[in-house]
Structures are given as C-alpha cells and as structure tokens.
Design a binder for this molecule. Structure first.
Ligand code: PMP
Length: 348
C-alpha cells in the first residue's frame, strides 16, 4: 500500500523494501546468514604509531561473539551435506570455549543437541554461556594432547558411543579452515581492495590462519603471512625452524597456542612468526580499552601486538590485517581481574 504523502520515487523505494526483494532489503536470513561479513576496522592508535594501516577484522561482531562462529557453521553444514549429521542429532566437541559457543548457537538454530568437553583451566564465563545456551558441558582435567584423557580425545571417544552423533573435531576437520578460505579471506581481499601487504594472527586450531592464508596467497604470492604465537606454544618454532618445540610458558591467553601442527594448519605457507609475551598482550588490551574504547580478549591482544611487530619490520606505508577474535567480556574474572594479574606478576 502506498504510504500517504510520499512522492512517487519514495513509493518505488518503499515497494522494494517492503516487497520480497531480499537482496535490496539487505536483511539477514536467520542465524547462519548473519555469520561473517564483519567490518574491517582501522586501529587508529596503532596505525599512527607505526605509519602503517593496521586493520582489524571485527570477528567479535559475529552473532555468537567470536571468530569461531564461522568454523562452527561450516563444520555443521559440511557434516549435514556428508550425511554425518542427521536431523535431531547431537554435536559433540572438545573446545576451549568459543567453538562450543558457536556450535551451540548453530545447533539450537538447526535442532541439534550439543555436548562440550572443555579443559578445566578456562574462564568460568565461557562455561556459563555454554550452559545458558543449553549445551551439556563436561569439564575435564587439563592434560597434554598426548594423554588419552585430553579433552579433545574424550570428546571423540564419547561421540562414538552415541547414535546419530557427530564429533566436530575442529583441530583436524578441514571444514574449519574452509570457512576462512570461503569467507574471511575473500572479505579481507575485497575490503582492502587488494592492497593488503601482510596478514597476521594467532593459532588455536589454525583454521583462521590456514584458510585466510591460502586464499590470500592465491591472489598475490607476495602477501606476507605471519603466525602470531603466545609463550608456551610450539608454533613459533614450527613456523621458523620446521620443528614444533615448545617455548617457555605458561600464558594466560585462551584458545590459542598449540603443541602440535593440526591437519588444518599443515601445509600452510607461513612466511614468518612472531612471539608475544603476556605482558605485551596485557598492555595492549588495556591501552585499547582506556585510550580507544575497545574491549578485547587476550588473543586479540596477541594479534594486535603481532601486527605492530610486523609493521615495525616492514616499515611505514604498509597495510597489515589482523583478527579481532572476541571481546573481553568472557575474561573478566582473569584478564580483567587485578588480583589474577598481580599473582602472575602482570601489570596494567
Ligand atoms: N581467539 C580465540 C578467542 C579463540 O577461541 C580461538 C579458537 N580457539 C582463536 C583465537 C584461534 O582461532 P583458530 O582456531 O582458527 O586458530
């Protein structure tokens, strides 16, 4: 119906908006359709400091709140397409938190159950969110990957005992990196109009780094791919020497660093790696909060420190992209708790 007092041109616009023209309406079609297409944000202070354009991919704006929404959606859709997940089934996963949060959102939206195995050294906020969303959370002792009681291995074994259950297996299921090859990489390429000189991010499963890297290297081989690593991880050594040997830890960062090269990461063309200490990360996260209004989690702090290091190595005039993985709201009891920091000799 034509609105009263609108000129004809407005009427035509109105009809397109109110009609069935989904493209023109720019309305996302539910949860899955809202994953991805995140903004690319200029980090003003860091760009001015380095003379480079330091740009952050705002993955914290995904509907489940982190970069892992993409992996969760791609793994579930891939399992559906392969017939590994049937209607009414259960998704089981071992996760430090964000993949679980992404998965339970996707499971709720598609009618699946969700069971999450999680190491017991993660921030309690993540457990609360998972349980609020309806996941069954099983917190298990934090033991190394080689131990059969490692949370990932327990998840895999438990899924086998259930009927119509699918173990997402984010570390070695390459549908994870495919998410970033199909979506994050092309978005960054488009948003920078192909002017990107370097991409850096930290690695948990490696899905983000591997998928984005593969896509970008196919566009321009000279784009520098730099792995960002916290302390207490073997990936800096893997990227720089080919041998995965652990650096001195521990680190209070969550969801990043690894003792092994996952199937997602394997074969990724990494040009260089940088290490970031917890103190550097803490300083960055608080500076970003107090001086620029952002509220970032620890992996984002590592990524931004890495972007600055890459900028300093490359010199002014370059465009460096990194990932803003999630917000600080899941880390209030740790990263944003002065007592927790002081006990570890970390200073704001
Ligand atoms: N940051 C956060 C907060 C995460 O939860 C994760 C995944 N565990 C990552 C970064 C790393 O992403 P990826 O698994 O794609 O390497």
């Amino acid at each position: 119906m034509r609105a009263k007092n609108l000129p004809a041109s407005d009427f035509r616009y109105n009809r397109a908006v109110l009609g069935n023209d989904k493209k023109r309406m720019e309305i996302s079609q539910g949860f899955a359709d809202t994953v991805g297409n995140t903004p690319l944000i200029r980090m003003n202070r860091l760009s001015e400091l380095t003379g480079c354009e330091i740009l952050g991919k705002a993955e914290f704006l995904n509907p489940g709140g982190s970069v892992k929404d993409r992996a969760a959606l791609w793994m579930v859709r891939d399992a559906e397409e392969r017939g590994a997940l049937q209607p009414g089934g259960i998704v089981v996963e071992g996760t430090a938190g964000n993949t679980g949060i992404g998965l339970v959102h996707v499971c709720n939206a598609r009618g699946y159950g969700c069971i999450i195995y999680m190491p017991d050294n993660q921030s309690p906020e993540k457990v609360e969110i998972l349980e609020t969303l309806g996941a069954e959370v099983r917190q298990v002792a934090t033991v190394p990957y080689k131990d059969p009681m490692n949370y990932q291995k327990q998840a895999g074994r438990f899924a086998e005992t259930l009927e119509n259950a699918f173990w997402a297996n984010q570390f070695d299921n390459v549908a994870n990196r495919q998410a970033h090859y199909d979506s994050t990489g092309p978005e960054i390429w488009r948003q920078t109009d192909g002017t990107i000189d370097a991409f850096t991010c930290s690695v948990g499963t490696g899905g983000t780094l591997a998928g984005v890297s593969r896509f970008l290297k196919e566009q321009r081989q000279d784009i520098q791919l730099v792995l960002a690593d916290p302390m207490g991880s073997a990936l800096h050594s893997w990227a720089t020497t080919g041998e995965a040997s652990m650096s001195k830890g521990p680190s209070i960062t969550e969801g990043i660093g690894n003792s092994r090269v996952t199937d997602n990461l394997a074969g990724t063309e990494v040009d260089d790696a940088v290490q970031v200490t917890d103190q550097e990360m803490v300083t960055m996260v608080y500076q970003q909060m107090v001086e620029e209004g952002w509220f970032f989690g620890s992996s984002t702090g590592i990524n931004l420190c890495a972007a600055v290091k890459v900028a300093e190595q490359m010199g002014p005039g370059h465009t460096i992209v990194t990932v803003l993985c999630d917000t600080g709201s899941k880390y209030q009891s740790r990263l944003f708790n002065p007592e927790f920091l002081a006990e570890r000799d970390l200073h704001v």
